[in-house]
Design a binder for this molecule. Structure first.
Ligand code: R5P
Length: 293
């Protein structure tokens, strides 16, 4: 403990300088507590104000899928170029070395579509204590607006938001698009705004026509979900369009771990998200780096 011996009397009070008025750089988060801001800063890079999330929580929905047959081999090599891992607690604990020190978007809703292809009846799959134990930077809950299980999914979301607010952990509301659900601008405008108004601090949704309206109308940051595998150039164009139209980052899984060169793709996405690359520049970078990472 610092002792008083040798203490030098204070003298510079800069009385003409106003105290730091730090406007927090994450949209809509000026009034949350310091701890939540600190976790949001683990997600959104303070310089670019954006994030690259690598999602590998697919196993809870589809079992092992191409590119994720071995989590322990697929994901660790990609970590250096991303900001956040989006994963289940089982996937993280089993496959990611504990010295990993970047953001964690912990998948906290749990369910199955095995019986009737309807994923909308999920439950809260992780309690707040385990989210804290896992050092979660945010907790991810899927919301199925317009599906049979919409009410229970909203209940999962708001319970997670309330628990997260008690401990300063933001909630990522994932806009789900089940097979029976529409993927229109009208639907995404409604669903993203609803989930933000319920109190989610981050919203993840899919790219659609008039995407800039969705990011403008949402009072908290929107992160783009990658969706099904596209050719690498098309995936980079989608990423570029989303960032250009107001998304504060991407959360991609299949378009990274199913790419021909996963590491080159991760780097190319990061160049768009953090370094202002266009899709053309990023694709040229990807082609140059393919096979060399
Ligand atoms: C939904 O949130 C899924 O669990 C994935 O996290 C999300 O869809 C991102 O993965 P992908 O880019 O493969 O769709």
């Amino acid at each position: 403990m610092a002792d008083k011996v040798g203490n030098i009397r204070a003298k510079n009070y800069y009385t003409d300088v106003p105290f730091a008025q730090n406007q927090f750089y994450v949209k809509g988060m000026d009034h949350v507590d310091w701890g939540m801001k600190n976790r949001l800063a683990q997600i959104f890079n303070p310089k670019s104000k954006n994030t690259v999330m690598l999602a590998f929580d697919h196993g809870y929905i589809m079992g092992s899928t191409f590119g994720l047959e071995r989590l322990d081999l697929a994901i660790p090599p990609l970590v250096e170029d991303i900001d956040v891992l989006m994963a289940t607690r089982g996937g993280l604990r089993a496959a990611i070395p504990p010295h990993y020190n970047k953001g964690i978007a912990l998948r906290c809703s749990a369910g199955s579509c095995v019986l009737n292809d309807d994923m909308s009846h999920e439950v809260i799959g992780v309690d707040i204590e385990d989210a804290i134990r896992m050092n979660a930077s945010c907790m991810a809950v899927q919301v199925f607006v317009g599906a049979d299980g919409q009410t229970s999914s909203i209940d999962n979301l708001v319970k997670t938001i309330d628990a997260g607010n008690r401990y300063g952990i933001p909630t990522l509301g994932v806009i789900a698009v089940g097979k029976q659900m529409e993927r229109t601008t009208k639907y995404f405008l409604l669903a993203t705004r609803m989930v933000a108004e319920f109190g989610a601090q981050i919203i993840k949704t899919y790219y659609c026509k008039d995407f800039e309206k969705i990011t403008a109308a949402c009072p908290v940051p929107i992160v783009l979900a990658g969706g099904k595998k596209l050719p690498e150039d098309e995936a980079l164009t989608m990423c570029y369009k989303a960032i250009s139209e107001g998304a504060r980052g991407v959360d991609m899984g299949r378009n990274i771990f199913q790419a021909e060169d996963q590491k080159a793709m991760t780097k190319a996405v990061a160049h768009i998200v953090h370094n202002g690359y266009t899709d053309t520049q990023a694709y040229e970078f990807y082609c140059d780096m393919k096979g060399k990472c």
